[in-house]
Design a protein around this ligand. Sequence first.
Ligand code: PBG
Ligand code: ZN
Length: 340
Amino acid sequence: TSTAATSVSISGDIGSQLHGGYYHPLARSWQAERQLTKSMFIYPIFVTDREDDMNLVASLPGQYQLGLGKLVSYLEPLVRKGLRSVMLFGVPMKPGTKDALGSAADDPEGPVIQAIRLIRRRFPQIYICTDVCLCEYTSHGHCGILRDDGSLNNQLSVDRISDVAIAYAKAGAHCVAPSDMNDGRIRSIKLKLIEEGIAHKTTLMSYSAKFSGCLYGPFRDAAGSSPSFGDRKCYQLPPSGRGLARRAIIRDLNEGADVIMVKPAGQYLDIISDAKELGKDLPIAAYQVSGEYSMIHAAAKAGVFDLKAAAFEATESILRAGATIVVSYFTPQFLDWLDN
Ligand code: PBG
Ligand code: ZN
């Protein structure tokens, strides 16, 4: 009948009308599976071993290397604005601190352990994550202990890195996040946490899918962690290695990771989405790394776009891909932006 014909053509027209669902800003926000909130952000902090340091890092706009004497006054306004979590990186500046074993990483008087204690005392509401790696502390700048031929000795590296993780957890870190990419480190850290009786109060966040590449440059300026020879291609993943990333994620899930991280973020949204699918029962973190942050700043400065608009687009895309935790140098700004 004519009614049937009409209803088909009308339903075709009706199905083509989408604008009504998102003409209003609130309705647009409903299109997201997850809204960006302050509690999703982890703010990376570079802590030096010189009390009064407050050095702007030229390649990382607005970010500082901070001495312990500057940490509290730096964090105070951020905590007031709703900062919930930090990721600590140690930066040994004193000459003679670095050696082949990265001994300074877990020095009880060193910057990370001292910063953990200070933050626990002064800001008990802050959730403290610690990056666990050796590259800031080794004389050669690699993320582990080397054999004579310059390659990583995986077993020695894992033994050492898991000791460092335990030292941070015992000092009061809520979360240990190994970024070294040695094989088997998650299992080793989890076993030691159990042995020490602190597995129940320590989150183990694995930088599972950490890709090698050019986006870590500003970080290495800030942390003083560039390798003195070679590169990190034998332990960090090749950028095109999606299958390898999936294997690394599955491996770390099976070894006892509580959170899976993907890094960098913006150029690896497919990997974030894979991590979400493979690890559908755990939180997925993404690290918007130094190079991503500095690129956005550089482009904004060149007039390509507005900084805030670009930061939102980048971060919301990371969420859309599947992350619910974002490690970001934009954290202080989002604490302001998310108020409005
Ligand atoms: C240490 C570490 C790095 C980053 C986080 N942890 C640098 C690297 O692997 O060379 C990079 C973070 C960033 O670029 O913001 N292994
Ligand atoms: Zn490292």
